[in-house]
Design a protein around this ligand. Structure first.
Ligand code: AMP
Ligand code: GLY
Length: 427
């Protein structure tokens, strides 16, 4: 199998690592990749959102499967453009990727499919949105409709805060077209978990669950980020709750999209709130999470490439995924100043020594290899340190032991990844 992986983050390095373990793999390219993927794949200098460039490359190299990492090319129609050229991709069409591209669309699908989610409404008009907020009262949640890289949601504690969010999005144009429409919905209470399902248009297979730490600061404080760490499995999502989420949220969504003639193929990532009334949908993404992916793939025992081929070919009905009973953790090393203004160029040493800690794998994200061979920071999230062990506490100890072997003076990372499950600070 000749495979083209799209993206350049820690998620993509973990995907490359898992694909490289498949006996089915012949050749792996990564576009554009990073210094970590360069060690197990051939990086090609095509940007993840250069759809024409990706299609041309995949055609010329007779690629058997394109594996998309990030959402932007999916929302922009990568899968459709590949299909038009006779090429196979394990990601959703642009029409199905609207589950991530439009929060209004997700609410419509949830309503049509009877998926439990926060009651709410959507608005094209700021005055009507404000009137609704005043009528409902706080706390209340305001969401930009479109893609906003984690900056589109305000969980408002007061009516004034919600009105200010509506004003900034709909009048101030804070997020451009992405904020021209907003969803306003009730605030859900509970533990938040991420559930992943591999879908082939008709069938959904449970692809594990994780809990991530979105805030930059310890104790889950400070600004939102892409994610500072994750662990799997999350104890809060019992097997019974996972099955309830598959039955009430994932499968009805899949059936509704199929009914509309836009079946969903690929990875469906549901952000869930575990409320007293059971799991409720917060949002959908149409790809693996980063860094959830890095933790999940450390626990996957089955052949990832075989699973992704079955997904692309509509053959998941008889597919079974096997998981390691162990726990896995992923700790992000970001660069000082992240998320606003990460410092670039800091030199990183000790990666090999870190990877020698039992159960540890180190994945690159925003790194670059300098002309003299040194690995330097080149982005906000720089590395993901993952560890697998029989217990989450042991996995966490291994991950932080590995981090202690890395010298990177600009490193910004949280020392408390996993605290919600462990309820104790790391030693
Ligand atoms: P997003 O940027 O779409 O990932 O959403 C950011 C975060 O906002 C989510 O991870 C939740 O913590 C929070 N959130 C979104 N919708 C709700 C809701 N209805 N009730 C409570 N929290 C929410
Ligand atoms: N870690 C959250 C995400 O990938 O969206």
């Amino acid at each position: 199998m000749r495979v083209l992986l799209v993206g350049s983050g820690g998620r993509e390095h973990a995907l490359a690592w898992a694909l490289a373990a498949s006996p089915l793999l012949g050749k792996l390219w990564c576009a554009p990749g990073n210094p970590g993927t360069a060690e197990i794949a051939e990086n090609v200098a095509i940007a993840a959102d250069d759809i024409a460039g990706l299609v041309a490359f995949a055609g010329a190299r007779r690629v058997d499967l394109v594996v998309p990492g990030p959402e932007a090319p999916l929302v922009a129609g990568l899968t459709d453009a590949l299909a038009a050229a006779g090429l196979r991709c394990c990601g959703p069409s642009a029409a199905a990727a609207r589950l991530e591209g439009s929060k209004v669309f997700t609410k419509e699908i949830a309503a049509a499919a009877g998926v439990p989610t926060a009651p709410g409404r959507y608005f094209n008009d700021a005055a009507a949105a404000r009137a609704y907020v005043r009528d409902q009262g706080a706390p209340i949640v305001v969401k930009a409709d479109g893609l906003a890289a984690g900056k589109g949601v305000v969980v408002a504690e007061s009516v004034a805060e919600a009105e200010a969010a509506i004003e900034a999005l709909m009048i101030g144009g804070k997020l451009g077209a992405a904020g021209a429409r907003v969803v306003v919905e009730a605030c859900l209470k509970g533990e938040e978990v991420s559930l992943f399902a591999l879908c082939d248009g008709k069938t959904a297979v449970f692809l594990g669950a994780a809990q991530d730490h979105k805030r930059v600061g310890e104790g889950d404080t400070g600004p939102n980020t892409g994610g500072m760490g994750a662990y799997s499995p999350p104890p809060a999502l019992t097997p019974a709750l996972a099955e309830a989420a598959m039955a009430r949220i994932i499968r009805p969504t899949l059936a509704e999209l199929a009914r509309r003639g836009t079946p969903f193929r690929g990875i469906l990532f549901a952000g869930l709130m575990l409320t007293e009334a059971g799991p409720q949908l917060i949002e959908f993404n149409v790809r693996f999470g980063d860094p959830e992916c890095q933790a999940l793939l450390r626990r996957l025992k089955s052949d990832l490439l075989a699973a992704l081929l079955a997904c692309a070919d509509g053959e998941l009905a008889d597919f079974d995924l096997r998981w390691d009973e162990a726990a896995a953790i992923a700790v992000v090393l970001a660069a000082r100043g992240y998320p606003e203004a990460p410092r670039k160029g800091g030199v990183i040493h000790g990666l090999r020594e870190a990877a020698r800690v039992e159960g540890v794998e180190v994945f690159h994200a925003g790194t670059a290899r300098r002309a003299d061979g040194e690995i330097v920071a080149a982005g906000g999230r720089v590395l993901t340190i993952t560890a697998r062990a029989p217990t989450l506490a042991a996995a966490r100890a291994s991950a932080y032991a590995a981090i202690a072997r890395i010298t990177f003076e600009d490193a910004l990372y949280r020392r408390d990844i996993g605290w919600r499950a462990l309820l104790s600070p790391p030693r």
